[in-house]
Ligand binder design. Structure first.
Ligand code: C2E
Ligand code: MG
Ligand code: MG
Length: 805
């Protein structure tokens, strides 16, 4: 150590030593910068920058050595052998180049350490070759341990220099690396110089060809300038890299802010991606950089991707967990890191796809049962027609209509009705084969397509399966109600060749099946259309019954059971059809309700009955039947108010009869309508009590003024103890609620006696009088004095002996 110190201080010009150190530091810094640049360069430029770095560093080591040699001032003549001097320079460049190449390569595990050590070796080779080129009038005696130490110092510091310099692309780490490299060169040089002792020997003559020191000085000055230049270039490059790194970072920040996924692609691999893409595609936390586009978009072809610049491309993205995500790609060409790249925007379209699917599903399915709708049914039928047109097989269409569905809906409400339809859909779907299709055409109408039948008779297999499914358990409803279905069958091409006709034939067959009895099926027969046409004609006639003057009212008296006094009449509708004759209300009222004609008819009844009652001298009551359709569909309170005003009838004389089942359809609305009617001063009676739900809570909830007990309960009260018990219970119940009870359909004296004994309030029935035109009751309606019904008096019942209308 002392020897090295003495060598530097005593035998060297210290100013030149400082210059050597400066040159060395600059060369090292240039080397480190250039090495970073090598790492950032593309494939083609990499070798060029590696060569530049090798030359700069090699020259730097060489110049450091020779400036230090210029600083070395032995008092003997000296010079430099040109050939060996050149060899020493080349050795420095080549070995440094090899070391840098290994250090910059990412393939070798400890490449940076090994590369650095090779550079250290290069320093030693250069130095000792350079010393061999040094000619002096004397002999050089080597201190071998110091020689070994010089090689070791160069190697060790050299080895450490590259890992430090390449640790990060920041000025700090580059400066550390350059410093260690400088230490490697300088420590080696001065230790090696300390190892050399020059023993003057006059026999040794410096050759004439040897390069004089002055020349050497010029050469070194040139080399130093070159190093400074290269260092400058390195610095410029470095600044550019920094700027680019800043731009890239800004781009990355912007890209990360984007909601859509973005990847930058260099036609070989992905070089950058934003957070959104990583979150979408790399669910396992891996990085997309380095993968090809095909890795994420296996189904997208290269030229399809090229087209994505013109219009968005819909493909599937394969995420790293293997899941496939529908996405939309849009491509743009960009300059990235100074080179042409492509940026691909990746939009997740799962939400859109799902919405599209839902819209498509809604357009083709019934939302309640999820079965295909009429549109899908028609489409499928056309497809089957095309497939069967030239074959020896046929297609059957089954039309299904649920038995008593309307009643169920009215009685139990829409929620139960919906549950029934869903359950029915499930049952039918459950028994069909994969090539058969069931659709809901609307309401309680279902239709089934049964293709590929060898003959029409084979359709019964599907029909039987469906009826069996209904038969097994029925549909689970409150109060143990089960629902069945009737089925009509028409077959292509046997019954019809076009869809419209085939469907109308299936409908006609269904109509027949319903007439025949519930829970059956019928194949279409040509004569069947007649029934359906008949029904249509009937509906048409009902709609025109008012304008054709075919409707009239008959009146049935109602009397107080105890006083026998008639206190009012129930108005009952009669239809005298021009060709069919008298049609009973039990036949035409339900049809009028189904086709909607009841609204107009009901209004007519209300006007006619009120107008009639207003003419009576006696202030008797008039009862009018109100259908569920009127209660829920029309503007009943407004209409009643208007008619009362028009006719001048005292509202307290009007009684509206409402059946229990019509309330249950929509309890809230029914209650509202009844309250409005009550506010007008009108009376409300519950008609046909005992035939429907017979619920105490309904009696309590609604503002009834009277209960009319159905004739089915009245019948046989005098003979059947069971009927008597029920009647007694009903009268007791009504009494508890403080409601008067009117017994309907009283036909015999025995029935009357029973009712009187049970203190029933009022009666109506053939015993008192059959429904007749009001003129037949003139004696009652024209009476002089007021006839407010009295329920207590014990007067004789005046029987009205007339024939029923
Ligand atoms: P409802 O309101 O219960 O009327 C009583 C029915 O019982 C009437 O039948 C009447 O003729 C019948 N009847 C009365 N006393 C006796 C009897 O002692 N024995 C028997 N066997 N029957 C008796 P009608 O006139 O055939 O009416 C049947 C149903 O048609 C009515 O039952 C009512 O629900 C409905 N209806 C009648 N007219 C109208 C109307 O103007 N509008 C509405 N919406 N429905 C009406
Ligand atoms: Mg009635
Ligand atoms: Mg009744």
């Amino acid at each position: 150590m002392l020897k090295v110190y003495t060598c530097i201080v005593a035998e060297h010009d210290l100013r030149l030593v400082a210059l050597a150190a400066l040159i060395c530091a600059m060369a090292s810094f240039a080397a480190v910068n250039l090495l970073h640049h090598v790492n950032l360069s593309g494939h083609a430029m990499r070798r060029i920058w590696l060569a530049v770095a090798a030359v700069a560093t090699g020259f730097g080591i060489w110049a450091t050595h020779f400036i230090a040699m210029l600083a070395f001032q032995p008092a003997l003549p000296s010079g430099y052998n040109i050939a060996l001097t050149t060899v020493s320079l080349l050795a420095a460049i080549v070995l440094t180049g090899v070391g840098l190449a290994i250090g910059a390569s990412s393939r070798m595990r400890y490449g940076r350490w090994v590369g650095g050590m090779i550079i250290g070796g290069g320093i030693a080779v250069m130095h000792y070759t350079g010393m061999a080129a040094f000619e002096i009038a004397g002999r050089i005696v080597w201190d071998l341990p110091l020689v070994a130490a010089s090689i070791a110092l160069g190697g060790l510091f050299g080895a450490a220099a590259l890992p430090v310099a390449l640790h990060a692309n920041t000025f700090k780490w580059k400066a550390y690396g350059a410093l260690i490299l400088t230490i490697a060169i300088c420590s080696h040089h001065f230790t090696a110089m300390g190892a050399a002792a020059i023993v003057p020997d006059p026999r040794v003559v410096v050759s004439a060809a040897a390069l004089p020191k002055e020349w050497m000085a010029i050469g070194v000055a040139l080399v130093s300038t070159a190093i400074i230049l290269l260092a400058g270039i390195g610095l410029v490059l470095d600044l550019r890299d920094l700027r680019r790194a800043g731009e890239t970072a800004r781009m990355q920040d912007m890209a990360d802010a984007a909601v859509e996924g973005l990847v930058v692609y260099n036609k070989t691999e992905i070089v950058a991606a934003n957070h959104s893409f990583v979150a979408l595609a790399c669910v396992d936390g891996s990085q997309p950089v380095g993968h090809s586009l095909a890795f994420f978009f296996p189904a997208a072809l290269e030229d399809q991707l090229m087209d994505a610049a013109l219009r968005p491309l819909e493909v599937e993205l394969r995420a790293t967990d293997g899941s496939m995500i529908p996405v939309e790609l849009i491509r743009h060409d960009i300059m990235y890191a100074g080179k042409p790249h492509q940026v691909i925007a990746v939009r997740d379209i799962r939400g859109r796809k799902q919405a599209e699917e839902e819209i498509h599903f809604l357009a083709h399915h019934d939302p309640l049962t999820k079965l295909p709708n009429r549109t899908s049914f028609n489409k499928r039928l056309e497809v089957e027609f095309a497939a069967h047109r030239n074959s020896d097989r046929c297609v059957a269409v089954l039309f299904l209509d649920l038995d008593r569905f309307k009643e169920t809906n009215d009685l139990f409400g829409h929620l139960v009705g919906d549950a029934v339809l869903q359950c029915v859909a499930e049952k039918i779907r459950g028994v069909l084969k994969p090539d058969q299709m069931v659709a809901r055409l609307g309401g309680d109408e279902f239709a089934v397509i049964v293709p590929g039948l060898p003959s029409p008779a084979y359709a019964t297999r599907a029909t039987d399966a469906i009826l069996e499914a209904f038969g097994e358990t029925g549909v689970n409803l409150p109060a143990g109600v089960t629902i069945g279905t009737s089925i009509g069958i028409a077959v292509f091409p046997n019954d019809a060749l076009d869809r419209a006709t085939l469907l109308s034939h299936a409908d006609a067959a269904l109509y027949e099946a319903k007439i025949e009895g519930r829970g059956g099926y019928r194949f279409f027969e040509p004569s069947m259309g007649d029934h359906l046409r008949d029904r249509r004609q009937f509906e048409h006639d009902i709609r025109h019954a008012i304008s054709r003057n075919e409707l009239r009212l008959v009146y049935q008296p109602q009397a107080d059971i105890q006083s026998n006094e008639i206190f009012g009449f129930e108005a009952l509708l009669r239809w005298d059809h021009a060709t069919r004759g008298a049609i009973p209300p039990s036949v035409f009222i339900p049809i009028a309700e189904e086709c909607g004609a009841i609204l107009k008819i009901g209004e007519w009844v209300l006007r006619a009955a009120c107008a009639e009652a207003a003419t009576w001298k006696k202030q008797l009551g008039v009862s009018i039947n109100v259908s569920a359709v009127q209660l829920h569909g029309g503007n009943l309170p407004e209409l009643v108010e208007e008619v009362l005003k028009e006719t001048g009838l005292d509202p307290s004389r009007l009684e509206l009869e409402i059946t229990e089942s019509s309330l249950i359809k929509d309890i809230g609305r029914a209650l509202m309508v009844l309250r409005k009617l009550k506010d007008l001063g009108v009376q409300i009676a519950m008609d046909d009590f005992g035939t429907g739900y017979s619920s105490l809570s309904n009696l309590r909830a609604f503002p009834f003024d009277k209960i009319k007990v159905d004739q089915s309960l009245v019948r046989a009260v005098d003979t059947s103890s069971e009927a008597a018990a029920i009647m007694r219970a009903v009268v007791g119940l009504a009494r508890g609620l403080n409601l008067p009870v009117l017994a309907e359909g009283v036909e015999t004296d025995a029935e009357l006696s029973f009712l009187r004994a049970e203190a029933c309030d009022a009666m109506q029935g053939y015993l008192l009088g059959k429904p007749l035109p009001i003129a037949d009751f003139a004696q009652h309606t024209r009476g002089g004095t007021t006839a407010t019904p009295k329920r207590t008096g014990k007067r004789e019942l005046r029987m009205v002996k007339t024939n029923a209308a």
